[in-house]
Structures are given as C-alpha cells and as structure tokens.
Ligand binder design. Structure first.
Ligand code: NAX
Ligand code: ATP
Ligand code: MG
Length: 361
C-alpha cells in the first residue's frame, strides 16, 4: 500500500503521461509546450488523478453504517447567493458522502431546502441588518449564540466547506471567523472558497499554520491572496514556484489554484491536474470543486489514519482527486450539452464519471 501510494504522488514518467502531454500540446498549442518545460525544470509533474481517485474512494461495504462515508458541512448561503452552497453540498452527496449540511442565513435557508430534500439546512447565520439597532453587548450575545449552535454540531463533521455564497457582510463574516477558530480547536479540516477567501485574505491568521486548511482560489481570489501575503503581482511565468512560496509563507496550508491547469501545493510539493475538462466557464464549477475536495480529503484522511506508516498529506490527495473528477464530469457534461452546459449538468455527471474510474461493484 505504501509503495503504491508513494508512486502515485511522486513524479510520473510513464509513457501515458507523455501521450497526454502530446494531446494537450495539440489542443492548447505552444503555451502547453512552455508549461511542460517549466514542469520538468521545477520537478512539478502532473498528478495521476485517476489513480488517486481509485485509491481514496472507499469500496461500498454492507458492514459500514451511515456517516462512515463522510459528513460534510457547508458554511455559506445568504440573500444573494443560494446556488453556491447548494452546489457544494449536493456535490458532496453525489460523490458518495452520507450526510451534507448547510449553515446559512435565515433568508437563504428555505430557498436552499427547496432545491433538495437531501440537504440538512440550518438557518443560523445573521447579517448586519438584523443587528442594526443592537447594542455592542446584544451583538456579542447574538454571535455567541450563532457560534454556540454550530458548536453543538461541529464534532460530527469530517470536513467543513467555508465560503460558497457566504457574501461579504461584516457581521456575518465576524461570526464565521469564530466558527473557523472553533474548527481549528477541534482539529477539523476545512476548505475555504469564495467569500471565505475574502475573509481569510483580510485575516490571514485564521488559516496561518493550520495544515488542515485547504484554500481553493479562482483567478481573482488568488490575485488578492498573492498581493496580500507576498505583496506582489501573480507570476505568470513561474506559477508553481510562487504557489509553493505562498503555501509556505502561510505555514503549510494547502492551496488549490484553479485555472486551465489546477495547481496544488502545501509549500513543499507542487502537483498539477490538467485532465481535459470543458471550455464552458459557467458559474458554480468552483462550488462543485470545494464540496468534492471536502469529501475526498475526508476519505484520504480515513485511508491514511488506517496506515500509520503513510506520511502523505490527505489534503493534497483530496485536491488531486476532486480536481480530476470535476474535470472528467465537466467533459462528459459538455459532450452531452455543449454550449448549454450548466453547473447542474456537471453535477449530474459526477456519479457516472466516478463510476467510470472506480466502479461501485
Ligand atoms: N449560483 C450561485 O449562487 C453562485 C454564487 N457564487 C458565489 O459568488 C460569490 C462571489 O464569487 P465570485 O467567483 O464571483 O468572486 P470573484 O471575487 O471572482 O468576483 C466577484 C466580483 O467581485 C469583484 N471584486 C473583486 N474584489 C473585490 C472586493 N475586494 N470587494 C468587492 N468586490 C470585489 C470582482 O471584480 C468580480 O467582478 C461567492 O460567494 C461565490 O461562492 C459563485 O460560486 C457562482 C455561483
Ligand atoms: N481555463 C480553464 N480551462 C479548463 N478548466 C478550467 C479553467 N478555469 C477553471 N477551470 C476548471 O473549473 C474549475 C472551477 O474553476 P473556476 O475558476 O471557474 O472557479 P470559480 O470562479 O471559483 O467558480 P464559481 O463560479 O463556482 O465560484 C477548476 O477547478 C478547473 O478545473
Ligand atoms: Mg468560486
């Protein structure tokens, strides 16, 4: 098992890697040639995402009880955004998690519940308009109440996804900061995405030196993070080295930088996932990714905790698996729906895509 795992994470030099590179060169042209050259120079090579998916996905076993395949909670959903937390939470279930919760504002809860009876939705978070006439003391009490409610549940979860559709309301973000500290107290892994990254970029201490934090920035979110932490612009020539530095300066958090190729680093190794996905860039694909990372990270953690000798980072495995599956599903959905492909079409393809890589029986 140890040898197999290490060989998946270590650098790939297989003939199939070369043929994939060739296919990508044909598709993307000279830019890919440049990318491959940098890969080789900096020892950053494409991860074997399909093998990682096969490795971390647990087999379906009649002896297992509800909850053992993962309990995920999404902290997100406000007046403006109800789609994002739904996409993240339902993706977790579609991949194979047993339970998926959403902690959102009171306005967002009935809407999210109406999308799916599968989700457990908690109308808990409060925005500034609720407290506009409150004294400081009343605000503090309300925050304590919100965090206290989350505290009742938190030990049951395997991973949190913080930020899809959270919005940027200051009072709400203050509460979420406290929820992040609570998660750290319980050593609970969390994936930070969307507006969670807005929060973290302005309060780096929330994730600093927490190895169980995974950040999944898109292009904008990455720019803001680099500017804040490294005090410079994004380095398009040397993305792998800059990503490694960023993760290192943040004390070993794992960062999945989304883009044409997804790049993943924990400050030590850098991996990329470039499996062909889809040319559609409809909103919500990052939300699928954040929910998926949470599930695969939990599964990787289970796998590794059963094998003391394994030193691999479950967050890296989770990111590779999630990125690979999302891209496969996006590609399949695009084959079926072409220009009209939407995020819900990609979610509908998650099961079929995973089944193609690691069949249920
Ligand atoms: N159907 C839905 O409900 C969806 C909701 N989404 C949510 O939408 C929210 C925003 O995500 P995006 O990917 O659009 O975020 P981005 O940060 O990529 O872009 C949002 C917009 O805000 C602008 N912006 C940049 N910096 C800003 C700042 N400091 N303050 C205010 N605005 C700034 C950007 O120029 C951009 O136009 C997140 O909570 C995300 O999860 C998305 O996930 C897409 C789908
Ligand atoms: N240029 C691209 N080419 C191919 N795939 C891409 C490209 N950009 C993003 N992706 C894929 O889409 C996924 C989501 O990335 P994206 O940048 O759209 O996230 P996002 O902006 O956070 O999405 P959301 O709308 O959910 O907030 C990435 O993991 C990646 O696999
Ligand atoms: Mg996003």
């Amino acid at each position: 098992m140890l040898g197999r795992l290490n060989s998946l994470i270590q650098f790939r030099h297989s003939p199939s890697f070369s043929s994939k590179v060739l296919r990508r060169q044909q598709f993307f042209g000279t830019k890919t040639l440049c990318f491959v050259g940098q890969d080789q120079m900096s020892s950053t090579l494409e991860a074997d995402a399909e093998s990682v998916l096969r490795l971390v996905t647990p087999s379906l076993d009649l002896k297992r009880h509800k909850g053992q395949a993962g309990k995920i909670a999404v902290i997100g959903g406000c007046r403006e955004y109800t789609g994002a937390p739904y996409f993240a939470a339902i993706s977790a279930l579609k991949i194979g998690a047993d339970l998926s919760h959403v902690f959102c504002t009171k306005d967002a809860a009935p809407v999210i519940k109406s999308y799916s009876p599968e989700l457990i939705v908690h109308p808990l978070l409060e925005e500034s308009y609720t407290v506009s006439n409150f004294s400081e003391e009343e605000r503090r009490k309300l925050q304590e109440k919100v965090v206290g409610e989350v505290d009742k549940w938190i030990e049951r979860f395997d991973c949190l996804v913080i930020g899809p559709g959270l919005g940027r309301d200051p009072f709400l973000l203050e509460c979420v900061s406290k929820i992040m500290l609570l998660a750290r107290k319980f050593n609970l892994p969390f994936v930070v995405d969307g507006d969670g990254l807005f929060l973290v970029t302005n309060s780096i201490d929330l994730v600093n030196s927490y190895p169980l934090a995974v950040l999944t920035p898109n292009v904008n979110e990455y720019k803001r993070l680099v500017l804040k932490v490294l005090n410079c612009e994004v380095d398009e020539e040397n993305p792998e080295d800059q990503l490694r530095s960023l993760a290192k300066v943040l004390g070993g958090v794992t960062i999945l930088k989304k883009g044409r190729s997804d790049l993943i680093s924990n400050g030590e190794i850098v991996k990329s996932v470039s499996i062909y996905g889809s040319p559609r860039r409809c909103g919500g694909q990052g939300d699928i990714l954040s929910g998926s990372v949470a599930v695969f990270l939990s599964w990787a953690q289970q796998l590794i905790s059963g094998h003391e000798s394994l030193s691999e980072n479950p967050a890296i495995l989770g990111c590779i698996a999630a990125s690979g599956l999302l891209r496969k599903a996006a590609s399949l959905a695009f084959t079926k729906h072409k220009r009209s492909t939407l995020t819900s079409d990609i979610i509908a393809c998650l099961g079929e895509s995973l089944e193609g890589i690691c069949p249920a029986s």
